[in-house]
Structure formats: structure tokens, C-alpha cells
Design a protein around this ligand. Structure first.
Ligand SMILES: [Zn+2]
Length: 510
């Protein structure tokens, strides 16, 4: 310190490029101990609270009382004697984000298919080879051992938890054996976030038990409703008809939600039409219902859409992946036309990031690109008609609030978890994210939903709470030895490449 101003030196005189240690991020406050425990109470004090529940509303400044696993109250100036406090001044307090379709077992293959298409199109281009179906599902997936399933699933989960995704549907397509299944479920439990375990098929080897093992899995792992991990039944329609007939039947027998991909280019359209008519499967009697979650829905018929709407089918859109890997145009305009709303999904980290900000911004910009161009083309690009007033039947532009709703409440509803999660509502479980609105890429704060959707990224995710338990505190995941886990994941990656005979090369596949 220079002595120029002596002891009277004010904060304004301090060198603005040198942080004072007392205000450095991460210092000065410990997390409430035993958070999420029964009877444990703490207050998240003074944040900008965006509840995503219309009955609770938004607050420029409010407090959130957490009692045990649940949200006790949300309002300004909560009086809670004896409760610990989390200082949320300068923070945005939102519900944890929900991803309704993520293939967590593929983490070891991150960015392997950065340019990859869904299926090799025969063009001979580097986008076509390597491609997803041929390399990931038909080659790498077969080499997974149960321990690979565990570390890949765990690492993906911790990464998304770190990014504020407190609920996931893990579309787990790696059930070569019951041991693989148990490893996947154990990894979701070990992650400590809210997870819908999607029990999908494996490679169909001798000893695999899909789909009938669903009965055992349900009894062994999911007999209680009062736990973070729940079950979804995979009912893929690219499986032989007798298999998806059984999986849909088992789902309905066990009262589990059913999930399936429906995508252009994979032969799904006629099968989806049969299901839409209620004449699907071997006995011609399986069909749509509000228990069905369809993924992508690119290239499906108007009939299928109409029946999906009428039957209350849910739809998960993976905007970045659909645009990038040739699934087709994300059918958001069709959904708007029918008064439907999607949830959002990350799909595969072989090809794109799995954070919620990427998903929300992709949805917003894709839809707005299409509609904005539609409006421009209602004019003739020449004065005086170069900026037309939209015709009455023009779809409305998505807003930041729309995509926030897709990424929170809609996701919870589509996974049948809206009773517990998806919004900040007293009585729901406390899945809460604190976002730093004082950060360099965000300040000054002028719009809460605007800042979250258009400015923020995972570096702004400061604190993450799942069912009252603090999992990330001031920028760092707690209870996770990430160095050790990364080494385990790298060892798994090395095994997988070796087992399928693909050379590791940091430049060749992209
Ligand atoms: Zn998928």
C-alpha cells in the first residue's frame, strides 16, 4: 500500500484491479451444517426470488425459508429465530433446472462427435463418419462394463448439478445386464440429485433382462416414493414390435411413465402414427396417454401431433442436438400452434454441452430466427415495406420467461415430479439455485429473467440445493472428490477406446 492517503484511504482510492481478500469469493461464510436434515431450518436472505409459480410470484427482494427437505415460506423479511442464514444479496434465487432427456452414460465420449450426425448419410464427409448410431450405440456402448456405467453416470450428474440442473431424466440405454442396471441406479443415488432413472434397453446380449427386469428394479430400488430417484420405463419404438409392446405394457402395469424417441430419419413416423391411432404394438392396442413422454418429435405427422395433444402426451425437445445432428427442425412452431409446451433436454455430450443456459438460449434463438424471418418475408425487403407489422396468424416470438418455464416447471411436470419440484413453492421440496448477479458478465442487474436466460452461464451458478441439502456452495461442489472421479472417468475412456479399437486422437474426429 502506498502511504499517499495514509490510514484515511477510502475504498474508492484503492486500486480497482486488486481484490481485497476480505471480499474474495468463497470466504467469510460457511454453509449451514446438516442442511436438508429433519428439523433443520435456514433462511436464504435477501435475493431476487423468481419462483416460477404464478401463485407465488416474483420478488425484487425476498427470503426463502427451508425446513428440512422442504420450502417453508417465501416472502420478504421472514422472521425465523434460531435459523441459520444464507446471504443472497446480489443473487437471483430460482428453482433448480430440469433436463428431461440426457444420456449420462456417454460422458467418457464427450466431444468425440462434435461434428457428428445422428446416422451416417453416406456422403463420406467427416460429419457422417464418425456418426452417432454407428459409433456410440453400435460400438462404444457394447464395451461398457458396470463400472463404466457407474463413473460415466456419476460424473455427468455432478457436472449438471454444478451447472444448476437439480433434476434429470437419465435416458439410460446401457442395460446389457442387471449388473449394468444396478450400477446406473447406484450412480444416480450417489450423485444426490433428483433423477428419473429411464430404464431403456441395452445391446440385447444373452443374459440381458430388458424389459422384464423392470419388475425387479422397481421392487429393489423404487419401492418408496420418498426418495430422490424415481423410475421411467423406456419404450423405444425402434425395438422389435413385440419388445415395445411388452415395455409399454409393463410400464402401465407398474404405473410408470413411458419415454421413447420419435425422430426423423429413424423410421419412427409410421409407428408413431399407429400409436397415435391407438393401434400400436403387436396386439394393435397400445396408444398415447398422459403417461407418455416423446423425445424430439421431429418429422412426425399432423395426425400424430393432433392425437398427442388430445391425449396429453408430453414432448421433450433437445434444440441444440436436433439442429446440429440432423434430427430435423425442433417442432416448436407446431407445438405453439396446438397450444402445447415442451420441456428441454440436453441429450448427448458427445456433441453439445448439457448446461441449462445452452438449452434455453438455443430454444429462444432458434424459434425467434424462424419467426423473425417469417415476419420479414411478409414484406418485400424494400422501403416502405421492409419492416412489416406481423400478420395476425404469425406465431408469437418466444420470450425469456417461456424458455425458463420449459426448463423448470414443464420439466418437472413431464417427469411426474411437479408435486415435489419445478418451482419455488411452499410445501415443495427445496431444489434451489443461487445465481450470482454481481458477476462481471451480468452486473448491473436490470431484468431477472433476462439476465438468467440471455447473460448467464454455469460460472454464475454459485449455490445449488437439492431437497434442502446444499450440494454446491459458493462456486464449489461439496462432498465430491473431483480429481479422483476424473481419473476414474479417464480410465473408463481409455478402456472404451481400447475395447472397440478406436485410436484416441485429440484432433482426428472433429
Ligand atoms: Zn436421446
Amino acid at each position: 500500500m502506498s502511504g499517499q492517503h495514509g490510514e484515511a484511504r477510502s475504498q474508492h482510492d484503492a486500486d480497482p484491479l486488486v481484490a481485497s481478500p476480505a471480499t474474495a469469493k468463497g470466504l467469510g461464510q460457511a454453509p449451514p451444517s446438516d442442511s436438508g436434515g429433519r428439523e433443520r431450518r435456514y433462511v436464504i436472505r435477501g435475493g431476487a426470488v423468481m419462483s416460477m409459480d404464478p401463485n407465488v410470484g416474483d420478488f425484487e427482494v425476498a427470503d426463502v425459508l427451508v425446513e428440512g427437505k422442504k420450502i417453508g415460506a417465501i416472502r420478504p423479511r421472514i422472521h425465523a429465530p434460531g435459523a441459520d442464514e444464507i446471504d443472497a444479496r446480489g443473487r437471483i434465487v430460482v428453482p433448480g433446472f430440469v433436463d428431461t432427456h440426457h444420456h449420462q452414460f456417454e460422458t467418457a465420449l464427450r466431444a468425440f462427435l462434435a461434428n457428428g450426425l445422428l446416422i451416417n448419410d453416406g456422403s463420406g464427409s467427416p460429419n457422417a463418419d464418425p456418426s452417432y448410431i454407428e459409433y456410440v450405440l453400435q460400438r462404444f456402448a457394447r464395451a461398457y462394463r458396470p463400472q463404466d456405467v457407474h463413473i460415466n453416470t456419476l460424473f455427468a450428474g455432478l457436472s449438471q448439478l454444478d451447472a444448476g440442473v437439480t433434476t434429470v431424466h437419465d435416458v439410460s440405454q446401457i442395460h446389457h445386464s442387471p449388473d449394468h442396471t444396478d450400477a446406473a441406479v447406484q450412480a444416480l443415488i450417489d450423485t444426490g440429485r433428483r433423477s428419473a432413472f429411464g430404464y431403456f434397453e441395452g445391446d440385447g446380449r444373452a443374459g440381458s433382462r430388458y424389459p422384464q427386469d423392470a419388475h425387479r428394479i422397481r421392487n429393489q430400488w423404487f419401492s418408496s416414493d420418498d426418495q430422490l430417484v424415481s423410475m421411467v420405463m423406456g419404450g423405444e419404438i425402434h425395438q422389435p414390435p413385440e419388445v415395445y409392446t411388452r415395455s409399454w405394457g409393463i410400464a402401465r402395469e407398474l404405473d410408470l411413465p413411458i419415454a421413447a424417441h420419435a425422430v426423423s430419419g429413424a423410421g419412427h413416423r409410421p409407428i408413431i402414427d399407429d400409436l397415435a391411432r391407438g393401434t400400436g404394438g403387436v396386439g394393435n392396442d397400445i396408444g398415447f396417454g398422459p403417461d407418455v413422454l416423446l423425445i424430439h418429435m421431429t418429422g412426425m405427422s399432423d395426425l400424430a401431433w393432433q392425437r398427442a395433444r388430445d391425449a396429453g402426451v408430453h414432448v421433450s425437445l433437445a434444440f441444440p442436438i436436433e439442429m446440429h445432428m440432423r434430427h430435423g427442425v425442433p417442432p416448436i412452431l407446431k407445438m405453439q400452434e396446438l397450444g402445447m409446451e415442451p420441456s428441454l433436454s440436453s441429450d448427448v455430450e458427445t456433441t453439445m454441452a448439457a448446461d441449462p443456459f445452452t438449452l434455453m438460449r438455443s430454444a429462444l434463438t432458434m424459434q425467434r430466427m424462424v419467426v423473425n424471418q417469417m415476419v420479414l418475408e411478409q414484406g418485400d425487403f424494400t422501403p416502405p415495406d421492409e419492416w412489416p407489422t406481423p400478420a395476425p396468424d404469425t406465431p408469437s416470438l418466444l420470450t425469456v420467461r417461456d424458455v425458463l418455464r420449459y426448463a423448470t416447471v414443464n420439466g418437472a411436470e413431464h417427469l411426474r415430479l411437479d408435486r415435489k419440484a419445478g418451482s419455488l413453492t411452499p410445501g415443495k421440496e427445496a431444489d434451489i439455485v443461487l445465481l450470482d448477479a454481481t458477476a462481471l458478465n451480468v452486473a448491473p442487474l436490470n431484468s431477472v429473467p433476462g439476465a438468467v436466460v440471455t447473460l448467464m452461464d454455469r460460472t454464475n451458478v454459485e449455490t445449488v440445493i437439492v431437497a434442502g441439502k446444499i450440494r454446491k456452495w459458493k462456486g464449489r461442489l461439496v462432498d465430491a472428490d473431483l480429481d479422483r472421479l476424473r481419473q476414474e472417468l479417464e480410465a473408463s475412456r481409455d478402456h472404451l477406446f481400447r475395447a472397440v479399437g478406436i485410436r484416441q486422437d485429440l484432433y482426428a474426429y472433429s
